[in-house]
Write a protein that binds this ligand. Structure first.
Ligand code: FAD
Length: 376
């Protein structure tokens, strides 16, 4: 169901991941090291903003291409995919969709090439699943705004040059604010000691009377639909990306089971191991079909937020299950860095929580089918 172009894109990203990420990722993750040089390389290979028009430095591709790019990067590592999806869907998308022409021209080409790294500030210490309760705010000072507040759990923040931040104005309306590194009162402390997404850098965003020029407000969006529409785009990428992590676990488990002998035979010859492998490939195939169909709907402008929630939730749960089964097939070796399994599994523990938790996505499906919101 993929076109020649889709296959070419998938292969080029697969080759890139094999060359630039797979040989190093285990060490980066074990050392909790974010390889900042990967940002430029992602730019060169077209991983940032694949669906953004080419005149702004993007790839001008369709959503299935975008999904395949996320799948192949996450086959390498969910942390690396997080870096790419934040840049494309959470930073470039809002600037493209809601920014002025000046903002598009100023930021998008630099973000597409990887000259600049961006981050997306929505979550706060006291407002995660309920972003509408945010307290970060902007105050109109006449010729500029003053930004105050704090964001937590922000991917890419410690290394970002630019942050798209969501804050309430004096009327209580949520506005998108472009904050640049170097603005006085803006800092990005790093969060340490994560057991998950260790090769991705995560931090806070702290704003103390940061003077924001008026031209740094996204002019064409107002309210929670701004950040939520960005999340739709990123969640679509996760629905594809998590499948990549599952494929990597499955392939490692299949290979290991054919090589590892116990009781005089490869463990792949025992029915219990075959059951695990058969169920893994079945679940991966089902998730791929859902992601593909969602891609077709997205290309036609018809994918709903609820459909995207369903696919994100399904793919991540499936990938975590595949990782756990693959871990068992690898026996004791499955807990080591010799194999990618444990790293994928720990990464997926973040992926199942960020961009809307597993519970919240279930309740979004519940609201979609009953018409009753159970989470407010
Ligand atoms: P909470 O909202 O406190 O939820 C805790 C538990 O309560 C969850 O199980 C949740 O499902 C459940 N719960 C909450 N409300 C309800 C309800 N009404 N009904 C039933 N159950 C409920 N955010 C950004 O803005 N930008 C980023 O770049 C970013 N990157 C991240 C990177 C990492 C590694 C992580 C871990 C998080 C990141 N996040 C980011 C934040 C992420 O989106 C939040 O962690 C997530 O939205 C959940 O918020 P919370 O952690 O405050 O949990």
């Amino acid at each position: 169901m993929l076109t020649e172009e889709h296959l070419l894109i998938r292969q080029s990203i697969r080759d890139f991941v094999k060359k630039e990420i797979s040989p190093n990722i285990e060490k980066w993750a074990q050392d909790a090291h974010f390889p900042s040089e990967i940002v430029r390389k992602f730019g060169d290979v077209g991983a940032f903003g694949p669906t953004i028009p080419q005149e702004y430095g993007g790839g001008g591709l369709d959503y299935i291409s975008y999904g395949l790019i996320m799948q192949e990067i996450e086959r390498g590592d969910s942390g690396m995919r997080s870096t790419a999806s934040v840049q494309g869907s959470l930073v470039m998308f809002p600037i493209y969709a809601y920014g002025s022409e000046e903002q598009r021209k100023k930021y998008l080409p630099k973000l597409a090439s990887g000259e600049w790294l961006g981050c997306f500030g929505l979550t706060e210490p006291d407002h995660g699943s309920n972003p509408g309760g945010m307290t970060t705010n902007i105050k109109d000072m006449g010729d500029h705004y003053l930004l105050n507040g704090a964001k937590l759990w922000i991917s890419n923040s410690p290394e970002c040059q630019v942050a798209v931040v969501w804050a309430k104005n004096e009327q209580g309306r949520i506005k998108g604010v472009i904050v640049e590194r170097g603005m006085e009162g803006f800092s990005t402390p790093e969060i340490h000691n994560k057991w998950s997404l260790r090769a991705s850098t995560t931090g806070e965003l702290v704003f103390e009377d940061v003077k924001i020029p008026k031209e740094n407000i996204l002019p064409n969006v107002d309210g929670l639909k701004g950040p939520l529409s960005c999340l739709d785009s990123a969640r679509f990428g996760i629905a594809w990306g998590a499948i990549g992590a599952a494929i990597d676990c499955y392939e490692s488990a299949l290979k290991y089971s054919l090589q590892r002998e116990q009781f005089g035979k490869p463990i792949a010859s025992y029915q219990l191991q075959q059951k695990k492998l058969a169920e893994m490939i079945t679940e991966i195939t089902k998730a791929q079909l859902m992601a593909w169909r969602l891609g077709v709907l997205k290309n036609e402008g018809k994918a709903t937020s609820a459909q995207i929630s369903m696919a994100k939730r399904n793919s991540v749960e499936m990938a975590l299950h595949v990782a756990r089964e693959a871990r068992q097939i690898h026996g004791g070796m499955g807990i080591t860095g010799e194999y990618p399994i444990m790293r994928h599994m720990m990464n997926l523990e973040s992926v199942i929580t960020y961009e809307g938790t597993h519970d919240i996505h279930l309740l979004i499906t519940g609201a979609d089918i009953t018409g009753i919101q159970a989470f407010k």
